[in-house]
Design a protein around this ligand. Structure first.
Ligand code: GCV
Length: 724
C-alpha cells in the first residue's frame, strides 16, 4: 500500500514538473508550477490546511475550482475544502454576508471600499490563530480575490501579514476584438479568431473557458466580439444564438458580451429602406432587435459602434449627427441598462483640415448632449495608435461626456507579433499625461476613471492581440501586453515597472537574476520601436494597406491623409508637420499651458518635435546635434537597443527551456532585421531631401532606396478584408 502511494506521488510530482516546464505559452501568466523552492512554501501550506470556500453560486463554484486547481498544482498536494466554516479553518473565502460576527467586527469598514467588484485579502486573528481571509461584497469580488491570491502565491509574496484591499477604478474594462465572421482578424497577428462561429452554439471550445479565465485573472469584465468594421449578420437570430453560448461561458467569469452594431443593419437585415436615426420605424427596429438580444442574453453589455468613419455607414448618411445616432441606440438599450460605446475615430475625405484636428472638431461641440448610457471611445492619440503620439486633445475637452480610452494591444504599428514591444509603457505615458483641464494634475487617468469630472460611468478598451496561436498572442512577450492592459484598465495609476515585474514573475520565474534584466529589456523596448520607426515625433510613415514596414515615400493614395508624405512633409528645407499657429494650429485644441509649451520648438518635449513642427535640417537639437544627424542617430540607437535585447535574452538562457529560449531569439532576430530595414529605408529616403551625409556612428545601408521601395507584401497578415 505504502509503495502504491509512493508511485502515485512520484507520478504526481513528475506531472507537476512537466506542467511547470510546459514551454508552449498556452498557460499564459496562470501557469501553476510547484513552488517547492519558495521560501514561503511552509507558510502557504499552513494557510491551506483547512480551506472553507463559500460556493453557493455558479460563479463561486467556478472560483472554487480555480482555487483548488491552482493551490494543488502550486503546493504539489491535494487539498480538502470543507463545506462548513469552522474553528479549524485556516483559509476562508467567503462573501461578507457569510462571515461570522467575530470576523466581521475586525474588518467591517473595509467593505465600504470594495464596491461591487473589489476584494480583501487579509490575515486576521481568530481566537489567537492566524487565518487568511478572502472576502468581498459580491461573487465577482470573490472571483477577483481568488485570482489575486493565486497570483501572489505564484509570484511568491508573503501572506503572513497581508492586508490587501483592492477594487477596480474603472467600470468597463474591455477587450475589443476586430474579428470577422469568417474568422480572419483585422490587424490580427496571432492566427485566426477564437470564435468558431460554425461550431457554435453547440461546441464549446476549451479555449473560450481559458480565455475567460485569463481575462478574469486581470479584471477584464467586457468583450466586444466582432470587428468595428461590422457585419450586420451578427445581429441575426442565428448568430445571436451563438453569441449567447459564448455569453453563457463568460458570465461565470464576470464578463459581459458586447457586439458591434452596423449602423445600416435595419436596411441590410431588417428590410427597411433607411437607417435614419430619427425615423420612427428605425428606432422601433432597433428597440425590437435589442429586446430579442436581451431575451437570449439578459446581461448583454450593449453596442460598440464605428460610424461615419473610413467608409462605415452612420447617421451622417442621413444628414444627422453622432448625437442622433448614439442616442437612438441608447434609447433602445437603456431599459436593459445596456450601453452604447460610440467611437470618435473619425476623419473625413471631405474635410481637408489636419486629420489630427477632426475628431475634436466634430465631437467637442456635442459635449453634454449624449444620453447617460453613451460613452465616447477615443483612441489614445489623435491619429492612429502610432508608436508614440501626444495624448488625444479630446481627453482635455469634454467635461460632460464619459470618455472611454481606446488603446491598441495588437501591434498594428509596432511590429506585429514579431517585435518585442512592452506596450504598458506607452499606455502609462498617455494615462500620466496632464491635460490641465482643471489645472495642473488633471491627468488623462483622472479623466478616464471619472474622478476629474465625476462621471457616472467609466471605461477603458483595448484592441485585442489574441488569436488561435498556441500561445494566444503570437509573440510570447505580447502576452505581457494583454496582461498589462488588463492591469491598467483595473488601475490606471499602476506603473509599467510594477506590471512588468508581476508578469515576468508569474510567467517565468521570481529569480532576481532573471527578473531584473528582463524587466529592463521590456521597459526599454517601447522606446526602441519609437527610435527605429518614428523618432522625434515622426508618424504614419508605414507602408500601405497592410501597414508592414516603412513606406515614407508613399504619395499615391486616393486620400491625402492616407499618404505618409502628408505626415512628414519632408522637403529640401526640412521635415515635420507644422501644427502650430503658423500651420494647422492643432495645438490650440490643448489647454493653454500645453499649447504654449508645444508651440515653441525649444520648449516642446523633443519626442513630439516633428509632430508639431516643421524644422530645417540644420535645426539644433538639445544635445547639440543637427536635426538630420539627430534623426539618423535615433534610428541607429533603435537598432542598438534591439541588439542589446538579444544580448539580454542570451544571458538569460540558463533560466529557460530550449524551446522558450529559441522562440524568442528567433523573433528578436527578425526584429533586428526589421529595425535595420526601417532605419535604412527611412534614412535613404529622407536623405534625398536633406542632402547630407549620415553622421558618424550610423551604419551605411546595404541596399538602395529603390530596393526598399520595390518591396511588396501582398500576403502580410492582418490585412483588412474588403469592407462588406
Ligand atoms: C478597424 C486603422 C486600422 C483599421 C481600423 C481603424 C479603426 O485605420 O488600420 O484597420 O479598422 O483604424 O480603428 O477603426
Amino acid at each position: 500500500m505504502k509503495s502504491l502511494k509512493f508511485i502515485v506521488l512520484f507520478f504526481a510530482v513528475i506531472s507537476i514538473q512537466l506542467q511547470a516546464q510546459s514551454p508552449d505559452g498556452y498557460d499564459l501568466w496562470l501557469g501553476n508550477s510547484a513552488i517547492e523552492v519558495s521560501e514561503f512554501e511552509k507558510e502557504y501550506k499552513t494557510f491551506t490546511t483547512s480551506v472553507y470556500f463559500q460556493s453557493d453560486s455558479e460563479m463561486l463554484t467556478v472560483a472554487e475550482q480555480e482555487m483548488k486547481n491552482g493551490l494543488e498544482k502550486m503546493l504539489g498536494q491535494s487539498l480538502d475544502f470543507t463545506k462548513e466554516l469552522n474553528s479549524n479553518s485556516t483559509l476562508i473565502v467567503a462573501k461578507k454576508n457569510a462571515l461570522k460576527t467575530e470576523i466581521l467586527n475586525s474588518i467591517s469598514s473595509d467593505f465600504d471600499k470594495l464596491g461591487e467588484e473589489g476584494f480583501i485579502i487579509k490575515t486576521i486573528k481568530v481566537k489567537g490563530r492566524k487565518v487568511l481571509l478572502v472576502s468581498a461584497n459580491s461573487d465577482n469580488g470573490i472571483l477577483y480575490g481568488v485570482f489575486r491570491l493565486l497570483h501572489l502565491m505564484r509570484t511568491q509574496v508573503s501572506l503572513s501579514e497581508i492586508n490587501l484591499i483592492d477594487a477596480p477604478k474603472v467600470d468597463i474594462r474591455m477587450l475589443n476584438h476586430w474579428d470577422n465572421l469568417d474568422r480572419t482578424v483585422e490587424r490580427g497577428y496571432a492566427g485566426f479568431s477564437l470564435w468558431n462561429w460554425q461550431k457554435l452554439p453547440e461546441y464549446i471550445d476549451q479555449r473560450y473557458i481559458d480565455y475567460a479565465r485569463a481575462n478574469a485573472s486581470i479584471g477584464i469584465n467586457a468583450v466586444s466580439l466582432t470587428n468595428v468594421n461590422a457585419n450586420a449578420l451578427i445581429l441575426t437570430p442565428m448568430y445571436i444564438e451563438k453569441v449567447k453560448a459564448l455569453a453563457n461561458v463568460f458570465r461565470n467569469y464576470g464578463i459581459k458580451v458586447y457586439l458591434t452594431a452596423r449602423f445600416s443593419a435595419p436596411i441590410e437585415i431588417g428590410g427597411l429602406e433607411t437607417a435614419d436615426p430619427l425615423n420612427a420605424s428605425v428606432q422601433t427596429w432597433w428597440n425590437t432587435k435589442v429586446s430579442e438580444i436581451y431575451k437570449e442574453i439578459p446581461d448583454f453589455g450593449g453596442f460598440l459602434v464605428k460610424a461615419n468613419s473610413e467608409g462605415q455607414p452612420g447617421p451622417q448618411n442621413y444628414g444627422r449627427n453622432h448625437v442622433d445616432g448614439a442616442n437612438m441606440l441608447a434609447t433602445a438599450l437603456s431599459p436593459y441598462k445596456g450601453n452604447v460605446i460610440w467611437r470618435a475615430f473619425v476623419y473625413s475625405e471631405h474635410d481637408d483640415t489636419d486629420r489630427a484636428k477632426q475628431a475634436y472638431a466634430e465631437f467637442v461641440p456635442y459635449d453634454g448632449r449624449f444620453k447617460d448610457n453613451v460613452l465616447v471611445q477615443v483612441k489614445n492619440g489623435a491619429i492612429d495608435f502610432q508608436p508614440r503620439e501626444p495624448f488625444h486633445p479630446m481627453f482635455g475637452a469634454m467635461e460632460k461626456t464619459p470618455l472611454m480610452m481606446e488603446f491598441q494591444i495588437t501591434q498594428e504599428y509596432t511590429g506585429f507579433s514579431t517585435h518585442l514591444v512592452f506596450l504598458p509603457k506607452l499606455f502609462e505615458e498617455v494615462l500620466d499625461s496632464d491635460t490641465y483641464q482643471k489645472g495642473k494634475g488633471s491627468t488623462v487617468a483622472k479623466v478616464i476613471d471619472g474622478s476629474l469630472h465625476n462621471n457616472k460611468i467609466t471605461g477603458v478598451a483595448g484592441v485585442a492581440n489574441i488569436g488561435t496561436d498556441l500561445n494566444w498572442t503570437g509573440h510570447p512577450f505580447a502576452q505581457a501586453n494583454w496582461y498589462g492592459f488588463g492591469r491598467l484598465a483595473w488601475d490606471p495609476y499602476l506603473s509599467s515597472n510594477t506590471i512588468a515585474d508581476e508578469w515576468i514573475k508569474a510567467t517565468y520565474t521570481t529569480n532576481k537574476e532573471f527578473v531584473e534584466p528582463i524587466k529592463k529589456m521590456m521597459l526599454s523596448s517601447r522606446e526602441a520601436v519609437v527610435n527605429y520607426m518614428d523618432p522625434l515625433g515622426l508618424h504614419h510613415i508605414f507602408d500601405t494597406g497592410h501597414h508592414y514596414g516603412p513606406g515614407p515615400w508613399v504619395n499615391n493614395l486616393s486620400r491625402p491623409d492616407w499618404n505618409p508624405v502628408y505626415y512628414h512633409k519632408a522637403d529640401t528645407e526640412g521635415i515635420g508637420f507644422d501644427r502650430t499657429p503658423s500651420g494647422s494650429n492643432a495645438t490650440e485644441q490643448y489647454a493653454k499651458e500645453i499649447e504654449k509649451l508645444y508651440n515653441n520648438p525649444k520648449t516642446i518635449p523633443e519626442e513630439y518635435l516633428l509632430w508639431f513642427h516643421h524644422l530645417p535640417w540644420d535645426y539644433k537639437l538639445k544635445n547639440g546635434h543637427t536635426l538630420w544627424d539627430g534623426i539618423a542617430l535615433k534610428y541607429q540607437e533603435g537598432v542598438h537597443q534591439v541588439e542589446a535585447m538579444i544580448t539580454t535574452w542570451e544571458n538569460a538562457k540558463s533560466f529557460l527551456s530550449e524551446e522558450e529560449f529559441n522562440e524568442v531569439v528567433m523573433l528578436l532576430k527578425i526584429q533586428l532585421k526589421e529595425a535595420k530595414w526601417w532605419r535604412d529605408a527611412c534614412l535613404l529616403y529622407f536623405q534625398t531631401f536633406s542632402q547630407r551625409e549620415l553622421p558618424e556612428g550610423v551604419e551605411k545601408p546595404k541596399e538602395t532606396l529603390e530596393y526598399y521601395q520595390s518591396l511588396k507584401f501582398p500576403f502580410a497578415p492582418g490585412i483588412r478584408p474588403r469592407w462588406n
